[in-house]
Design a protein around this ligand. Structure first.
Ligand code: AMP
Ligand code: MG
Length: 488
């Protein structure tokens, strides 16, 4: 069924036009009884879509994959990827489709993508489906990241399909509509490079430059500049994750974007007690994607990206390797610069101190005392404003000696002004695992109220509001140690 929902979206499908070899035209599997569970009205408005129209049966049919709006040209995208370090030459959208691209109200090109929309030629052994809980999880965490100011794909809607999907047990199925700057991944480049068709690889790179890093087109070496731009974007992104305690959980090269947006919220979570070894994913036995490993893993992934780009980087491969290596090695400094600047802002410091031990010693203290990462920085602003008790309560005696050094590094006449600046960068509300769990369990059972409340809290993460104290607290001990599952 093709609907004339012209008022919903105006499509312009550049990826299919430029890179047809990297797509398989494909339709979604029908959802027997589509029902809207969540709609992101703010994002709909940004896309120039009428939220009321999206709520109608015709709108919901589009969001479920049951109807293709005029101008959409749904395709499954091909990509490869390193999963936990092992190369898989053919991954691709196994249970997802790119519905098409729209230009939003600011003229930005955005992908509309359906996840959980049925098997595709890339499905391998999978069922092509997605359970409701994990799709709502992607919605919640993506919105939380967006509100924290961290580049991310976002959810436009989650629609229940009316079907049961088999995981550990039977669960209600759902389709997520995801909005992204694009779905071009490091794995997309790996797939294109593996075809050994340099013309195709160049077209992919040109497309990515035009879309995400247009300044590279003017550079002497556009492809090396593309590479540098992605290294810089990822260095900044990972630093932003680290500064809020976000653990992605499955940083495979197919889950790393060229745009610099966070993508694919599977077994991700926010760290509570500070510990670089924090892992939440039930399948990450070796801790490859632990909190503290994320910068190193990002650089490893960027090395795989360089390998894919090599044919475009120089006439001979030795020269290409030399220039790519130099950029790759700049990752550590780039990351460090973003992370240090972010840490200084978190601590209310105007100038970066020469001596890096102030930050390093604090992290040691937090780790020794298993202090809650989010809470500590938030109460530290109270110390800046004159009340050190809450911070001392979190890290104990060691706080005083550290605090003396910190206060000496603060701008002269520090007080409420510094505290206010700190509160602007240190969130009071993050999607804590127990809260997300509770909201999703209720929503899957049919009670949307806790989810709606949680989304409203997370939409303004820096603004402490009366009555929301419970949302700022770590999990009660009864919650135990949290695990998330990749079986999404
Ligand atoms: P992810 O772990 O979600 O990043 O997915 C890794 C790969 O597995 C991608 O190629 C997905 O399309 C594919 N995949 C994940 N779950 C399913 C599923 N239920 N059915 C088909 N393919 C899937
Ligand atoms: Mg993925």
């Amino acid at each position: 069924m093709s609907l004339a929902l012209g008022s919903l979206f105006t499509f312009d499908n550049s990826y299919l036009r430029d890179l047809g070899e990297l797509c398989v035209p494909w339709d979604a599997a029908p959802a027997p009884e589509p029902a809207l569970v969540a709609l992101n009205e703010e994002l709909a408005a940004e896309l120039g879509a009428d939220a009321e129209a999206l709520r109608t049966p015709e709108g919901v049919a589009v969001l479920a994959g049951n109807a293709k709006p005029e101008g959409a040209a749904s395709v499954a995208m091909a990509y490869a990827g390193h999963q936990f370090g092992g190369y898989v030459p053919r991954l691709g959208d196994g249970r997802a489709l790119l519905l098409g691209e729209v230009l939003d109200t600011r003229g930005q090109r955005r992908d509309l993508h359906l996840k959980g929309s049925g098997r595709t030629p890339f499905a391998r052994g999978g069922d092509g489906k997605a359970p409701l809980g994990p799709m709502l999880r992607e919605y919640v965490i993506g919105e939380a990241m967006h509100a924290l100011g961290i580049p991310t794909t976002r959810a436009l809607a989650v629609v229940g399909t009316g079907e049961q999907v088999a995981r550990d047990r039977m669960e209600p199925g759902a389709v997520l509509t995801r909005v992204a700057a694009s779905h071009i991944r490091v794995g997309t480049f790996q797939f294109a490079a593996a075809t050994r068709d340099t013309g195709l690889l160049r077209r992919l790179a040109d497309h990515a430059i035009a879309r995400h890093h247009p300044a590279a087109a003017e550079a002497d070496n556009p492809y090396l500049t593309l590479y540098t731009s992605v290294v810089e974007a990822q260095a900044e992104l990972i630093a932003r994750w680290m500064l809020v305690g976000f653990v992605h959980g499955v940083m495979n090269t197919d889950n790393m974007t060229i745009s610099g947006e966070t993508i694919d919220y599977g077994p991700c979570a926010f760290m509570d007690a500070y510990d670089p070894a924090t892992v939440f994913s039930s399948i990450d036995h070796g801790g490859r994607y632990a909190y503290g490993n994320q910068p190193g893993v990002a650089q490893w992934n960027l090395a795989r990206f360089a390998e894919a780009l090599l044919p475009l980087l120089g006439e001979d491969s030795d020269a290409a390797i030399t220039v790519a290596t130099e950029v790759l090695l700049s990752f550590a400094d780039r990351y460090d610069r973003h992370w240090r600047a972010g840490m200084h802002a978190k601590l209310g410091l105007a100038d970066a101190p020469e001596d890096t031990s102030l930050v390093d010693d604090l992290l040691t203290l937090l780790q020794e005392r298993k202090a809650d990462f989010t809470s500590f920085f938030r109460v530290l602003s109270r110390a800046a404003a004159g009340d050190p008790e809450p911070a001392r309560a979190l890290v104990g005696e060691g706080f005083d000696a550290w605090s003396e050094r910190w206060r000496a590094a603060l701008p002269a006449r520090a007080g409420t002004e510094v505290a206010t600046a700190m509160d602007r960068v240190n969130p009071v509300y993050v999607p804590r695992n127990h809260l997300v769990d509770e909201a999703l369990t209720a929503a899957v059972a049919g009670d949307r109220a806790p989810l709606d409340r949680l989304l409203a809290v997370l939409a303004r993460p820096f603004e402490e509001r009366p009555g929301l104290e419970a949302y700022a607290l770590p999990a009660p001990p009864s919650f135990g140690s949290f695990r998330t599952f990749c079986g999404t």
